[in-house]
Design a protein around this ligand. Structure first.
Ligand SMILES: NC(=O)c1ccc[n+]([C@@H]2O[C@H](COP(=O)([O-])OP(=O)(O)OC[C@H]3O[C@@H](n4cnc5c(N)ncnc54)[C@H](OP(=O)(O)O)[C@@H]3O)[C@@H](O)[C@H]2O)c1
Length: 364
């Protein structure tokens, strides 16, 4: 319980909103103390609303200011995490750990976090207190995500590199470990092309396997040995429902998802008694930009409608019938990953958490 309270308070104290509020209060108070000693021109360098307010402060008011500031700080520190809003993100403008997973001492590398599921995952891990490394090949996209995390009070750095090559992967590892070891590795980077059996040439199979499977292996081989030495670590592999229930299209991609599930379980066996776990989060069809673009482009020709509101239910029914009649959301994948990263999931090893609305129909 104490850990949860401290974690919550620490997140709030680090938030820009809380700090800027305190700075302003401190500024008003300092100005009220020194205003009579400031030359006339310097006094007018101070914004009008501060001058008007602080100019009327007496010594008694100054003492009152300090008492109020002390009460605010005490209340912020003692404020129970249960006061979070429905979406669990903000309390009085301050970031709270939405699931209270206590990742404050952890460093996490989420590959492919410049967009989509990886971006949502990195943002949630940061909200849970982890220092995150944002990765992608496109510098601007990765920097933007890292900046958004820092603006929300989190800690984020960037590692750039193409994981399809040994050199690119080594560069990512070098940048990701520059500020400390990586405790959590989320192997998420990947791609697919919507091809038929006739279109998917052998080279396409090779490229897809390299980018979707071997990229993760490169990260595992370079980062997991240090986790073993420290006796704590988490490797989360993003798999997919197509691993066990493939469609007739993009077979080169379906097969890479199956390989990811398989290697993650093999790794779990290899990590026996090390304190490091390996598990899979298996998304169904999650609505990211590329999915929406694809479905919107094929929708009218298939008679699903013209607008997204018309197309979505028909597309879901035709392509991914599930118990919720909608596409999944990136945040829903992020939540499962974050849980597996926490100490609550210590006894989960070589498992798959399906986050697919019930798309995969099998009991196991
Ligand atoms: N969306 C779904 O419905 C769904 C379902 C099941 C599984 N998945 C899996 O979930 C993962 C994320 O999917 P998403 O939909 O979020 O994809 P996305 O929006 O296209 O994002 C893919 C990410 O991977 C990075 N990336 C791609 N190729 C890379 C390479 N060679 N080296 C380094 N980074 C690379 C991209 O960064 P840059 O472009 O900046 O390099 C980007 O950050 C993928 O592995 C996918 O197979 C997705």
């Amino acid at each position: 319980m104490a850990v949860i309270y401290w974690n919550s308070a620490w997140q709030k104290l680090r938030s820009p909103q809380f700090r800027s509020g305190l700075y302003l209060a401190q500024w008003v108070h300092t100005y009220s103390q020194v205003r009579d000693r400031l030359p006339y021109r310097r006094q007018f360098a101070v914004p009008g609303f501060v001058r008007r307010h602080a100019g009327n402060l007496t010594d008694r008011d100054g003492r009152l200011w300090r008492a109020v500031a002390a009460c605010v700080i005490a209340a912020e520190i003692a404020l129970p995490p249960a006061l979070s809003t429905a979406d669990g993100q903000q309390v009085y403008g301050c970031i709270l750990s939405s699931m209270e997973l206590n990742l404050t001492t952890k460093r996490a590398l989420v590959t492919g976090s410049s967009a989509g599921l990886g971006e949502a995952t990195a943002k949630l891990l940061a909200a849970e207190g982890a220092a995150v490394v944002i990765h992608g090949r496109d510098k601007d996209r990765a920097q933007k995500v890292a900046q958004e995390i820092r603006d929300a009070g989190g800690t984020a750095t960037v590692a750039l590199g193409d994981l399809a090559t040994d050199e690119g992967a080594a560069e990512v590892v070098r940048a990701a470990t520059a500020d400390g070891p990586v405790d959590i590795l989320v192997n998420n980077a990947g791609f697919y092309r919507h091809l038929s059996w006739a279109e998917a040439a052998p080279d396409e199979w090779n490229d897809t396997y390299n980018i979707n499977v071997v990229s993760g292996v490169r990260m595992i081989q370079q980062l997991v040995p240090a986790m073993r030495e420290r006796g704590w670590g988490r490797v989360i592999t993003i798999g997919g429902g197509l691993a066990s229930q493939p469609m007739n299209t993009h077979p080169q991609y379906n097969a890479t998802l199956a390989a990811r599930h398989n290697l993650a379980v093999s790794l779990a066996r290899d990590l026996k008694d090390t304190g490091v776990t390996s598990n899979v989060v298996s998304p169904g069809a999650i609505l990211v930009e590329a999915t929406k673009d694809l479905v919107t482009s094929i929708g009218p020709a298939r008679g699903w409608g013209d607008t997204w509101e018309e197309i979505q239910p028909n597309a879901v029914q035709a392509l991914i019938p599930n118990d919720h009649s909608r596409f999944g959301k990136p945040d829903e994948i992020a939540a499962a990953v974050a849980y597996l990263c926490s100490d609550y999931a210590e006894y989960i090893s070589g498992a798959t958490i399906r986050v697919d609305g019930g798309l995969i129909r099998s009991a196991f």
